[in-house]
Design a protein around this ligand. Structure first.
Ligand SMILES: C[S@@+](CC[C@H](N)C(=O)[O-])C[C@H]1O[C@@H](n2cnc3c(N)ncnc32)[C@H](O)[C@@H]1O
Length: 260
């Protein structure tokens, strides 16, 4: 496939109109490489031809969105961070606020927000906290709502939670209805849609790495405004917030920040 820079600019503009994602806010090199690989895989000769394929084929739009947005996730992902959440962040929050509002932004197929649901059930059995999972990719959200997972997504989850909250079905694991019931899912584009407010805890993990620095700083400010005072904001292990103090956030440990 022949890659022409000006054509890629036109492609990005048309893509925003077709699937609604503004690629200018994602790191360019990485994104363009992935897109070129995909075009080769589907046999499109150039960007223009591929846009026409997308415009005429809703299923291709869904496949491409799933591919672009990268849905990798796991229960209790990054054990040291989740231990900190389990032992310090959640006990601190329930002690101060009793009933929590938690948002997993870029929740993918749900493992992160379901892990929080299990930890809260352990800490405050029967209490109805408000748990929200949002993602741009509707395919990932549909899987989250189904709550059925392959073995490897549960590798880091402590065995006691696996036994208590899942039933095995061959090589798949079905999450209990009680935990599924605790979470509400909604399609949400972090780059464009308004943010709900009043959260005690927001997790946006392994999402920032795909965005430009300018977008990361803009979203950090928006997330901070969505938190109550003293609430926590948690990003991924490989993600460091740029100038968090500008958004009234202080790093408390690892990739865990707290609003002043
Ligand atoms: C690598 S997954 C991270 C899942 C989970 N947070 C974790 O750390 O295990 C990244 C998620 O971000 C979502 N995402 C990417 N761009 C987004 C956007 N503009 N708005 C909302 N979600 C987005 C993707 O669809 C994907 O599900």
């Amino acid at each position: 496939m022949e890659v022409v820079a000006a054509d890629y600019e036109v492609f990005k503009r048309k893509l925003k109109g077709t699937i609604g994602l503004d690629l200018n806010q994602y790191k360019q090199q990485q994104m363009q490489r992935r897109i070129n690989q995909w075009l080769q895989r589907v046999g499109a000769a150039n960007y223009d031809e591929y846009i026409k394929m997308l415009q005429s084929d809703p299923e291709e739009r869904e496949r491409f969105t799933g591919y672009l947005t990268i849905n990798t996730s796991q229960f209790y992902r990054d054990v040291s961070v989740f231990r900190e959440i389990e032992d310090k962040v959640l006990p601190d929050l329930v002690q101060r606020f009793r009933r929590l509002r938690v948002w997993s932004a870029g929740c993918s197929t749900g493992p992160e927000i379901y892990t929080i649901a299990m930890l809260l059930e352990e800490l405050t059995p029967g209490v109805r906290h408000t748990l929200l999972g949002t993602d741009f990719d509707v395919g990932a959200l549909a899987q989250a709502e189904e709550g059925v997972y392959a073995d490897n997504l549960l590798n880091s989850l402590p065995a006691k939670y696996k036994q208590k909250y899942f039933t095995q079905d061959g090589r798949l694991w079905r999450l209990s209805e009680a935990i599924k019931d605790r979470v509400r899912y909604k399609r949400h584009n972090l780059l464009e849609d308004p943010y709900e407010t009043g959260f005690h805890l927001i997790l946006c993990r392994n999402v920032f790495i795909y965005f430009t620095q300018e977008t990361q700083m803009r979203l950090t400010q928006q997330f901070s405004e969505s938190l109550v005072s003293g609430g926590y904001f948690i990003v991924g292990n490989a993600e460091n917030l740029l100038e968090p103090e500008m958004a009234d956030l202080k790093r408390v440990s690892y990739c865990i920040y707290q609003r002043a």
